[in-house]
Design a protein around this ligand. Structure first.
Ligand code: MG
Length: 481
């Protein structure tokens, strides 16, 4: 009897050891799976179109209500000096996707994504996208929203590392068919509401057009529902969801529940619907208990389109907007959120959407693209610890031209495109120097007072230009003026 008991005890002990070795936890999920989960968090990038630095409550807007983004910012990190790599849609998105300045990845302008279908027409397939990098390390990858990196089959998201795609292939103002001029109508009546029939933009699922023209009234609503479905379907597996909203790029559309709500007018309605979308997505993560396993980043592709007056956003105190290399064109409102993991607070460090590649690679345990120059820094030491950002410099490119450099607090312009839109570009006879931390609005040119700073920044620009090896597509395609 005693020996039977001893044998039973030994078997029991062995079972305990066996389970310990396998690391099974009380809920039946193995620890190795759990560690895998911990090692590979979900990643969601919510990317607005033409949302200005000053359009959110948490970035100082006094009339647009953004309670969900304000909460996201208070629970996460708000970055006040965060940049895109170009002041317009296509090159900005190409830089986010590749971690490379557009001059390197071949996508320096929107025209390259639309007007040159034979020689260019899209993000070159030899570029490695965030989706391809994450897919390689075991992620499910989905995009919901506006792609704008080529609409021909070989350039669509499903050819660039995404398992699934739901959205419009380019900007919502393209394919205009009739109807009044948008800006003229807005100037006549700020409450102007466009007709969907005047924009023959297709809505696609994977490589198929499923609706044309897309009913833009419900785009934000349907992107949100589709994103939530993607999250629910992939709850048990690491996923990457890229959600580049079509709004608040003109023509502005909001679903019925949001129209007429904001004292800021239709633009405010549209941003409040985007805020509600963020709330619904974060709520879904909380309900599925994925909030502590998911990094969510919110940002915008470029500054506000000021020539559309009240239908364009606000850059707050920053100078100018979309299409320019002033701060208003390229500094964007950015929030990182990952409860329990990110140190909450406001960060004044420099960061860029270019840095998503190195940061996500580090977080996901992936491998950085090889055999090419990257312009990407790993920001995880700032997000999860108390390190300083490794990014100390930002170059301000537009089309294939280098306009300016930021290094520490200094910004030096050698070229600029003035005013509210794609104004006339001018080569400056003398470079202009601004101290961005003391002069956020780039008002006071102090080049004469700090000649050593001017000289040092010019040298850095020269070195950067020597380091650029333009993508071969850049050489094959004429650069649009
Ligand atoms: Mg844009």
């Amino acid at each position: 009897m005693r020996s039977t008991l001893v044998a039973f005890f030994l078997i029991w002990l062995e079972l305990i050891c066996l389970y310990s070795a396998e690391g099974f936890s009380a809920n039946g999920v193995s620890e190795s799976e759990g560690m895998n989960r911990e090692a590979k968090p979900n990643i969601i990038v919510i990317f607005c179109d033409d949302l200005g630095w000053g359009d959110l409550g948490c970035f100082g807007n006094p009339t647009i209500r953004t309670p969900n983004l304000d909460r996201m910012a208070s629970e996460g990190q708000k970055w006040t000096q965060f940049y895109v790599a170009a002041p317009v849609c296509t090159p900005s998105r190409a830089a986010l996707m590749t971690g490379r300045y557009p001059i390197r990845n071949g996508m320096t302008s929107a025209k390259r994504a639309v007007l040159f279908p034979d020689s260019g027409g899209g993000l070159p397939p030899d570029e490695i996208t965030l989706a391809e990098m994450l897919k390689e390390t075991g992620y499910a990858t989905g995009i919901v929203g506006k792609w704008h990196l080529g609409h021909l089959p070989q350039y669509l998201p499903t050819s660039q590392g995404f398992d699934s795609y739901f959205g419009i292939p380019y900007s919502n103002d393209m394919d205009k068919i009739g109807g009044p001029g948008y800006s003229a109508e807005v100037r006549k009546d700020t409450s102007y509401y466009p007709e969907i029939e005047h924009y023959n933009v297709p809505l696609m699922r994977n490589t198929q057009i499923i609706e044309r023209p897309a009913d833009q009234n419900t785009l934000t609503k349907r992107y949100t529902e589709e994103s939530i479905r993607f999250i629910e379907d992939h709850a048990a597996h690491p996923f990457f969801l890229y959600l580049p909203h079509s709004m608040p790029h003109i023509p502005l559309f909001a679903s019925e529940n949001f129209r007429g709500r904001s004292s800021r007018g239709l633009y405010g309605d549209v941003v409040e619907e985007l805020d509600a979308s963020v709330g619904a997505i974060l709520d879904t993560l909380r309900e599925l208990k994925l909030d502590t396993k998911t990094l969510v980043v919110f940002s915008s592709d470029n500054g506000p389109w000021l020539s559309y007056e009240t239908h364009g956003g606000s850059a707050g105190p920053l100078r100018a907007g979309k299409g320019t290399t002033f701060e208003g064109g390229m500094r964007v409102p950015t929030i990182f959120w990952w409860p329990g993991k990110i140190q909450p607070g406001t960060k004044q460090d420099l960061g860029s959407t270019l840095d998503f590649m190195a940061t996500f690679t580090a977080i996901a345990g992936g491998e950085l693209p090889e055999n090419r120059k990257l312009d990407s820094f790993d920001l995880s030491g700032v997000l999860f610890g108390d390190q300083e950002s490794p990014r100390k410099t930002m170059f301000y490119w537009t089309n294939a031209k280098l306009h300016a450099i930021r290094s520490g607090p200094w910004k030096l312009h050698v070229k600029m495109r003035e005013a509210v839109n794609y104004g006339k570009e001018s080569e400056l006879g003398k470079p202009e120097l601004y101290h961005l931390e003391k002069d956020i609005s780039e008002k006071y040119n102090v080049a004469d007072k700090y000649p050593e700073a001017v000289e040092s920044l010019l040298k850095s620009m020269d070195e950067h230009l020597l380091d650029i090896d333009p993508h071969e597509d850049m050489l094959a395609i004429p650069i649009p003026k």
